[in-house]
Design a protein around this ligand. Structure first.
Ligand code: LLP
Length: 401
């Protein structure tokens, strides 16, 4: 565990549960693993903010030298608020009104466009005056499950590779400064071959577009969720990617930068959701463990059938029993099925691991249950970085007729 059991128990005692706890040094460690693995390349890393946008997390990520990738204009504004400079911010749009892209240009950040329709509007508005990137749909199937696969032939994302001629026509007609070619094929990718195929395809395209100076390979580096899963072998990815870039430079004399947009890789393992066991309900077939949280706080198990390791913090040495861990939302709301956990008693503290990415960020106040507080462990200190919501927060935006 990146935060010790004792530290987690202390955080729960101080701030109450349900509670998200993050560990700054783990984020730093993951960032260095990436930077070291790709050291042979002229690489830049843009944290995919959509995984977790708490401002203190963004500030920490800025402080370690990482740039930031934003998927909405409000994420761009949060990044600016956290102190990122416009040239450290990448805005990757999809299905947005063109006005949002114009706002990003006004803020001076790098812009990636994912449709010919918006690219044409961009060409008409800015011609060759503002550098631009395009997201290509490479028709590559990759990622942990279909919901998080984004590069295949049925995906809404990107300009389909089969439309490259239209892209070329637009770029030439308007003298556009096409700076970046981008793909993001999915989340939870561990195979080097996916990145290698992507690079080959984009480098081939770079031959057609002489203004291109950046290849953006997106995020998607898998982290282990299950206890027996291996870490992604970054060197096995970096080596063939570096070779492809070196060969390209050798053939063309062009030096390209490579960008990555890691989300999960930076923050997933740094985060825990701490909950308290409210009810134990044995039945003839299943023993249910109910906790004071639910799919409103961590939707990944119900939405993606995602596996999150669960520790019983307050009975870690107990005998293993099989449980169905469920939430308190008025729906089928399982965190884990048939899971072996050290004996669970009412009042025990359960920690859901790998909850840093897309945990709090996808939380809601469904069933009028408030969202948890967030705490950052940094330099041995526990800092509250978002207070627990209250009933008053649920009322704030409502206007009663
Ligand atoms: N870049 C782009 C353009 C993306 O669309 C994404 C994720 C990333 C980078 C970061 O991917 P990562 O490194 O985190 O895998 N909520 C889902 C994941 C959705 C990912 C959406 N796009 C989950 O909890 O599994």
């Amino acid at each position: 565990m990146s935060v010790s059991r004792e530290e987690l128990i202390r955080a729960a005692a101080t701030f109450g549960t349900p509670l998200y706890v993050y560990h700054a040094e783990s984020i730093t460690g993951q960032y260095h693993k990436l930077a070291d693995a790709f050291a042979a390349l002229d690489a830049r890393f843009f944290y995919a903010a959509k995984a977790l946008t708490n401002l203190s997390i963004l500030k920490h990520i800025r402080s370690i030298g990482c740039s930031i990738d934003c998927s909405s204009i409000n994420e761009v504004k949060l990044a600016l608020h956290a102190g990122f400079a416009p040239d450290q911010i990448l805005y990757t749009s999809n299905s947005v009104a063109f006005s949002e892209i114009q706002e990003a240009v006004t803020l001076g950040v790098s812009v990636t466009i994912d449709s010919l329709s918006n690219l044409e509007k961009f060409a008409i508005a800015y011609g060759g005056h503002y550098p631009v990137g395009v997201r290509i749909r490479p028709n590559i199937m990759a990622g942990g499950n279909t919901k998080i696969s984004t590069g295949h032939a049925g995906s809404k994302f990107g300009i389909p590779i089969e439309r490259v001629e239209s892209l070329q026509q637009l770029v030439t007609t308007y003298g556009m400064q096409l700076r970046t070619l981008h793909i993001h094929t999915g989340s939870e990718i561990s195979e080097a071959s996916v990145f290698v195929r992507g690079v080959e395809l984009l480098l081939e395209l770079a031959n057609i577009f002489p203004t291109v100076s950046v290849i953006d390979l997106g995020g998607g580096f898998k982290v282990p969720y299950r206890p027996n899963e291996k870490e992604t072998d970054l060197v096995a990815i970096a080596q063939p990617v570096a070779k492809a870039f070196a060969d390209f430079t050798h053939k063309t004399g062009r030096q390209l930068q490579v960008w990555f947009e890691p989300g999960k890789y930076l923050v997933a393992q740094a985060g825990y959701l701490l909950t308290t066991v409210t009810v134990i309900k044995p039945t003839d077939t299943i023993c249910f463990v109910g906790v004071n949280s639910g799919l409103n706080h961590l939707i990944r198990p119900m939405f993606y059938e995602a596996y999150h390791n669960i520790s019983n913090l307050t009975n870690s040495e107990g005998a293993l029993h099989c449980y169905q861990v469920t939430g308190n939302i008025c729906e089928t709301d399982d965190f884990a099925l048939a899971r072996e956990i050290p004996e669970v008693r009412e009042g025990d503290l359960l920690a859901f691991h790998n909850a840093g990415a897309y945990g709090f960020e996808m939380a809601s106040s469904y069933n009028a249950r408030v969202r948890p507080a967030e705490v950052l462990c940094i330099n041995g200190q526990q800092q509250i970085i978002r207070r627990r919501e209250s009933f008053d927060d649920l009322l704030t935006l409502q206007i009663m007729m």
